[in-house]
Design a protein around this ligand. Sequence first.
Ligand code: FAD
Length: 293
Amino acid sequence: MKIKDILDNNRTISCEFFPPRAEEGIPDVFSAVERLKAYRPDFVSVTYGAGGSTRAFTERITSEMKQQSDLEVMAHLTCVGQTKEEIHSVLERLDQTGVENIIALRGDPPRGESDFVPVKGGFQHATELIEHIHNNFQMGVAAACYPEGHTESPNLNSDLDYVKQKVDKGADFLITQLFFDNSDFFGFLDRAKKAGIDVPIIPGLLPILSTPQIRRFASMCGASIPPDLDRQLDKCADDDRSARAIGIEHATKQVEELWANGVPGIHFYVLNRSYSVSKILDNLNLPGHNGRD
Ligand SMILES: Cc1cc2nc3c(=O)[nH]c(=O)nc-3n(C[C@H](O)[C@H](O)[C@H](O)COP(=O)(O)OP(=O)(O)OC[C@H]3O[C@@H](n4cnc5c(N)ncnc54)[C@H](O)[C@@H]3O)c2cc1C
């Protein structure tokens, strides 16, 4: 089923996983998914890496989940390092195995490079990939957006213009980059509405797992950590268990407020660690997603 059709009638909970580096890691991904199944995610997604084998695993995991479970799946796909023909082949294979949803992304420049340079004959921007999928496949398409702006954008207005283009080219809904201050999300929603963006915008949340890790992620993706939260994290720079507890509490409060304000869904960056997401959903007791209904 297309996620866009699920969103027509439901507020969704979704969970994002990443593929392992080696074949032996595949069962761990399925185990993490299995542990969250009790919370009835409306869809799960699998990220697309920078290299060959993990990309094959993304295809394999999404296809297997689609064929062997009752979960709706969304495959991530980027423009990095592949020609349009190669990307078309990936889409054909996913389509043939029944995958109906793609989140179309440009991807980040490879490690050590500061600018994104497409391969000869590749797509330059997510907009081009979205248009390609829209013109050649029946799949549902999602795209990324950035409450605090994308790291390469000169300003929030130009960033929003490109988000609007993604929707105009066929993105059915948007998922945000992680953020820790809901006012950044609400501000983005207002700007998006004024810009005429009328598709569902699902906030993406990353439960903090450790202080060094979240600081690294936040600086990579341009998400700011509010001073209060940062001070709390300072106190457990070497204590992942305490950092994780702070992350659960913070994300629970974020979801509570977002949900109360009518968001169309919540997308969790699970990082294949199901514990925090299960605790957050236990805390929230959302109908249908509390692990007991
Ligand atoms: C929900 C979500 C899932 C993600 N999943 C993955 C994943 O699986 N794998 C992965 O590698 N990365 C993933 N990312 C990270 C993403 O690939 C990076 O943030 C990347 O730097 C930008 O991708 P994009 O699709 O937003 O690119 P784009 O929309 O192409 O934007 C990139 C930059 O170019 C600008 N821009 C856009 N269109 C144009 C245009 N037509 N002309 C000029 N400038 C333009 C934008 O403002 C922005 O600054 C994900 C991000 C999110 C939010």
